[in-house]
Design a binder for this molecule. Structure first.
Ligand code: NAD
Length: 293
């Protein structure tokens, strides 16, 4: 399939590269020239504008930070000028309203639209092992399936447009709350003089095991591949975790469900992002948790 891929960051670059490796023709654009060059080195075709990347594409994949970026790239003007019948697959984590608005606009103009946020981190993106949470018309999801199969190993269809983003908001609320729980437990273990390696070994092999604990252990050392052991380079930037927890709070408000742990996690990551700039991995919040002793 001929694919236009917009957003070649921590996630987008390995995802687009996986599509290239699976034999798809991929034209990619990112605002960053470093990202465009890296994509060229991975065998993709970098372009000088989003319009060039999307011009001859049967399917357009977006992997951008926030809803406003997706709206900017998939603008009404751009979609109006696109020949009808294209498939738009937004893998970014964004708000449900933007996903629904874009799906409606795309449908009016004769395009398919799928919201398909992912889980699995940069590791999953690099190894084609992402999970896709999808929302949209069943035929559009079916058309996108070869792309999901190349980039991931699990696709779940949650319902109409926006349902994929709703599932992702709930999923990442668990991740944010868990991350703070893991940080607090390591801070307490530290305060009690426990050895980090031994405590990590206990937790990963006992009931406290989780993906967050194993892959985003907040203290340097026990997990050599984790961001904490590599200067807290993301991974998943704290600003993105703060954004996702904010999206979960928006969604909770919209349906009237109280989520006090989610609300607390949203406040903590928003404050950490404001203090630090939010560009380190979210597990770097550990230092602020430990300092509050
Ligand atoms: P990132 O900040 O590393 O990458 C985003 C890229 O988009 C950057 O390279 C940036 O230059 C580019 N960009 C921004 N605006 C653009 C525009 N108008 N046109 C073209 N390029 C533009 O972010 P990421 O970690 O790759 O995350 C992308 C999305 O995936 C986010 O919504 C995030 O919440 C979600 N996500 C991230 C992870 C993770 O582990 N990093 C996991 C799951 C989901």
């Amino acid at each position: 399939m001929q694919i236009g891929f917009i957003g070649l960051g921590t996630m987008g670059l390995p995802m687009a590269s996986t599509l290239v490796a699976a034999g798809h023709g991929v034209a990619g654009f990112d605002l960053s020239s470093t990202a465009r060059n890296a994509f060229g080195q991975a065998g993709g075709t970098p372009t000088d504008s989003p319009a060039d990347a999307m011009a001859n594409a049967e399917a357009i994949v977006t992997m951008l930070p926030e809803g406003r970026h997706v709206r900017e790239v998939l603008s009404t003007e751009f979609l109006n000028n696109l020949p009808a019948g294209r498939l738009l697959v937004d893998c970014s984590t964004i708000d449900v309203t933007t996903a629904r608005d874009l799906a409606k606009l795309a449908q009016e103009l004769g395009h398919g639209f799928v919201d398909a946020p992912v889980s699995g981190g940069a590791e999953g993106a690099g190894s084609g092992a992402l999970a896709f949470m999808t929302g949209g018309e069943a035929d559009a999801v079916a058309r996108a399936q070869p792309l999901f199969d190349a980039m991931g190993n699990k696709t779940l269809h949650f319902g109409p447009a926006g349902a994929g983003q709703a599932a992702k908001a709930c999923h990442n609320m668990i991740c944010g709350i868990t991350a703070l729980g893991v940080c607090e437990a390591f801070a307490l273990a530290d305060g009690l003089g426990l050895d980090h390696d031994a405590f990590f070994d206990l937790c990963r092999n006992a009931a406290a095991q989780s993906w967050i604990l194993e892959n985003r252990c907040p203290v340097p050392g026990p997990a050599p591949a984790a961001p904490s052991s590599n200067g807290y380079a993301p991974g998943f930037a704290a600003r993105l975790m703060a954004k996702d927890l904010g999206l979960a709070q928006e969604a909770a408000k919209a349906c009237g469900q109280e989520t006090p742990f989610g609300a607390q996690a949203a406040r903590r990551f928003a404050a950490f992002t404001q203090e630090s700039g939010g560009n380190l991995d979210f597990s770097a919040i550990y230092e602020t948790v430990r300092k509050s002793r």
